[in-house]
Design a protein around this ligand. Sequence first.
Ligand SMILES: [Zn+2]
Length: 174
Amino acid sequence: MASIFGHGLVAYTTTKVIDSKSNKLLVFLAILSAILPDLDVIAFKFGIDYLHPLGHRGFTHSILFALIWSGFVSLLLGKNRKLTFMIVLFLSTVSHGILDAMTTGGKGVGFFIPFENSRYFFPTQVIKVSPIGVEQFFSEWGLRVIWSELKYIAIPCFIILIVHYVARKLKSQI
Ligand SMILES: [Zn+2]
């Protein structure tokens, strides 16, 4: 994975750009959705192989999972804004797999599970894979992770957020 900060920031940016109302519940659910797929690390505890469809970066990182999860949560909590909830939560969930497919380590992402079990990386693998432990996170490895996420996740997200903010301000003045 990229770090939870990287995943969370992409979800936050997605919500801000799509939801003009900046619904707080939706921001929270989007960040949760972007972190959720990594719950599958629990598979290792059950002895499920990494490359198994239910292994790490398997089904919970797939497009189908993102559809089911975002559909379910939108129906449950979206009230009269189900479509906005669904779009934001789908993109946030699927963004997790996209970032993972750009990391330098681990195995690829099973975007098409259960229809097709191959694992995929994008041609551009620039995000350093994040250590799981806190101690390791503050090591030199951790610093390299932070630097690569700053460059490839945080700075692009901030640019998008600033442009979006300015565009909205200008629009409200017209
Ligand atoms: Zn992941």
